[in-house]
Design a binder for this molecule. Sequence first.
Ligand SMILES: [Zn+2]
Length: 528
Amino acid sequence: MKLHFHGACRTVTGSCFLLETAQGKVLVDCGMVQGSKTERELNYRDFPFRPQEIDALILTHAHIDHSGLIPKLCKGGFDGPIYTIAATADLCSIMLPDSGHIQEMEVEQLNHRNRSKGKETLEPIYTFDDATACLTQFRPVAYHQWITVLPDLKLRFWNAGHLLGSASAEIETTASKAGEKPTRLLFSGDIGTHAKLLEEGAEGPSDIDHLICETTYGGTDRSDMDDDSRRALLLQEITEAKHRKGPLLIPSFAVERTQELLVDIFSLIESGQIPPCPIFIDSPLATRASEIFARHASEIRNGDLLMRAMQEKNVRFTETREQSMAISRIGGFHIIISASGMCEAGRIRHHLKDWLWRPEATVLLVGYQANGSLGRTLLEGTRHVRMMGSEIEVKATIRSMDVYSGHADAPELLEWVKARAPIKGSIFLVHGEAEPQNAFQQTLQKTLHATPVCIPSLDESYDIDGRSATLAQNQTRPRLDPAIAGSKDWNNDFTQLIFELKQAVHHESDEKGRAKLIRKIRQALDSH
Ligand SMILES: [Zn+2]
């Protein structure tokens, strides 16, 4: 059997793993790549495998970095079943068409600019219609139920406690030689934290051969966080934002994070710690997702609290673009929760454009910000951003509270891995940037002395033979230089350089000085 790592290698997005057995090919997740422009370009390129050769897809959860390229896969010829938990299928039924819509909008904007510059136009990765079409391939299954995926491969899902419907995928493959035991692999998916407001703790099987484990927070310890301490931090942020007298903008993932924030803000209002204030959930996707959460309220922790929060009279779910634009006319303190969480798309961008340059506004980043994303750029304190064709000087207060993560921290992750013992083969670390991965590799090596722990790079393949996993002989050329994954690319540096050049030119006191500086820059370019 061969295991190919086609995504989430030394980075947190684009999860995609290909398992090749004697009887067929199965993908685990087919996620979109987020982060720097160079990395995102991978989404436009061909898959490193032929979609029509894939027999089935196993989907761990609905987040776009795990599911986002499914419509592209289907459009490319994959017509097999997509096995996933029922709530994940429900969430994908809104998230994938929404993602298709975003692709169409982004490409339309880009093509508008390209046309005006005489450049070639692009096709969207997939459209709303492509995404809607692939929904017929979903086969919802329940936790703990064995499913035969291929004649020599079966699957069972375990609750990963990370998101509504999230799962770890246990895979058992039949031995190719008579008398040998089957091989058991466990793909962690994303593992939730114990402090998760709307999810129960992660579970999983024990006694496996190989573990493919996420490491998003493999280097972080946040064990002191619970509902009360998280709400105390949020209370402080809301109080400070209120003093600035402008809006509190919270870029948030539409699914689960928005509902968690809503429940926490509602709890603070209900307990009288903050006075009632207008709260806008300004994301059509968040509105749809909230409806799905309401439908599954009995399956989640604090489902009753969420139902009450959704019915609170100060909470408004905006639908149309006009309603969204109208929020800009509201003065004074109010709260806007809008997608996307890393500020890369969605309605949050027009709110940021309206407010980033005003000192009374506060932006509160509550989620993971991938390297190279606008959210990370703001978090790192840049005073200048380029968005929607204009340059904006950042005067708003940028705050962050990284306590809403859906991911287990290092001690929780270690506890989860230990509960899977015995792990008789290897552990592969995926879905993490270099620093947390190296930290978690060391932690595991100290704890589980005999188990090899490796960190695969993009498009690397391993031969799995029972308990042994070895780097395959014939490696294909990776689609990206491994050094690029998870880091900033030249686009980020270039934007900064343009900004610095403009500043330098403007700081010259007169026309003569500016002309001299421009001449010098030209000379530097010519001598290059
Ligand atoms: Zn996730």
